[in-house]
Ligand binder design. Structure first.
Ligand code: RTP
Ligand code: MG
Length: 148
């Protein structure tokens, strides 16, 4: 089953939106297979955002992600990557669809509440970057047959 890496970013934690973001993913039908609340190091932030290191917003992005704790999570499901990105909404809250997390709680691209991997390949890469294998839990959900 496809896995994706999701992070409630520092603004989501500071604003008390952890439960709301987790609840939306859970209700959508995605399955939580890993989670840890943590302060992100400069090294981990740089590795996670390596593809963006030449962007003008990169220094601010690293400052933001390392500024306060985050909730790092691995979620699993059919087309989990696409499903999470749809539930999060477009990168810029001003362009995110009504009903999406970034639309409903966000105003600014630099404070867009949560991260979701952008491809199945990056989902696998990011889950492996943020979690040790033993931190991931493989479990059966009684409702799977009613979702897929
Ligand atoms: P994410 O990785 O956080 O899920 O977001 P994304 O794929 O939709 O967007 P991406 O291009 O990967 O950008 C990563 C994060 O960088 C910040 N950003 N700021 N100031 C800007 O123009 C700008 N553009 C991107 C956002 O926090 C974005 O989520
Ligand atoms: Mg991205």
């Amino acid at each position: 089953m496809e896995q994706t890496f999701v992070m409630v970013k520092p603004d989501g934690v500071q604003r008390g939106l952890v439960g709301e973001i987790v609840a939306r993913l859970e209700r959508r039908g995605l399955k939580l297979v890993g989670a840890k609340f943590m302060q992100v190091s400069q090294e981990l932030a740089a590795e996670h955002y390596a593809e963006l290191k030449d962007k003008p917003f990169y220094p601010g992005l690293i400052d933001y992600i390392t500024s306060a704790p985050v909730l790092a999570m691995a979620w699993e499901g059919k087309n989990a990557v696409g499903a999470v990105r749809q539930t999060l909404g477009a990168t810029k809250p001003s362009e995110a669809a009504p009903g999406s997390i970034r639309h409903d709680y966000g105003m600014d691209v630099g404070r867009n509440l949560a991260h979701g991997s952008d491809s199945p390949e990056n989902g696998a890469r990011e889950v492996a970057l943020w979690f040790q294998p033993e931190e991931l839990v493989s479990w059966e959900r009684a409702t799977d047959a009613w979702i897929f």
